[in-house]
Write a protein that binds this ligand. Structure first.
Ligand code: ADP
Ligand code: MN
Length: 177
């Protein structure tokens, strides 16, 4: 596998996982600890209109993959980003030095998502997504396996431990060329 981190001086990390697994909470804390830039793709899509309209069935924007990738290319090339999104197969493989997949126990996730006010069909879609480890499979299919890491995110202690593990990883990261 060809290393393609190019000339970035700081790594790019993708944090993915089913909605509610704690991506945004984790990324916010990690950005604070490392001074990397947190990019919440969902917010970006909404704020910059990088979508093809609203999907009534899935109750979310239909993200336009080309618009999103064009928008992020320069920053990603520069390095030092933490990208937060519940999908990963459409980002260029060369963008990321580490792909983190957060995972949460089903019953814990169910409570979090009902607290968020998700309707019954959105709830069961997401719980199913978590049961079948859809995001972990997607990450493993889209990135070299040694760059993909699954992390448990059931409790605040899990978040603290994950953030500290990743902060150490960022501090020790070195450009390859
Ligand atoms: P995501 O960005 O993956 O959708 P969030 O970070 O927004 O998830 O978290 C959703 C909700 O669940 C928030 O209220 C957050 O405080 C809570 N939460 C997320 N991860 C954990 C965790 N590991 N332990 C306790 N609460 C969590
Ligand atoms: Mn989020």
């Amino acid at each position: 596998m060809v290393e393609e981190s190019g000339r970035r001086k700081r790594p790019n990390i993708l944090v993915t996982g089913t909605p509610g697994t704690g991506k945004t909470t984790t990324c916010t804390a990690l950005a604070e600890a490392t001074q990397l830039r947190h990019i919440n793709v969902g917010d970006l899509v909404r704020d910059k209109n990088l979508h093809d309209g609203w999907d009534d069935e899935l109750d979310c924007f239909v993200l336009n993959e080309d618009l999103v990738c064009d928008e992020l290319e320069d920053q990603m090339e520069e390095g030092g980003n933490i990208v937060d999104y519940h999908g990963c197969d459409f980002f260029p493989e060369r963008w990321f030095d580490c792909v983190v997949v957060l995972q949460t126990d089903n019953t814990v996730l169910y409570d979090r998502l009902s607290r968020r006010g998700y309707n019954e069909s959105k709830l069961s879609n997401n719980i199913e997504c978590e049961i079948f480890q859809v995001l972990l499979e997607e990450a493993k299919e889209s990135y070299p396996e040694d760059r993909v890491i699954a992390m448990k995110s059931d409790t605040i202690e899990d978040i603290n431990r994950n953030v500290s593990t990743l902060t150490d990883w960022v501090r020790n990261w070195q450009p390859t060329s």
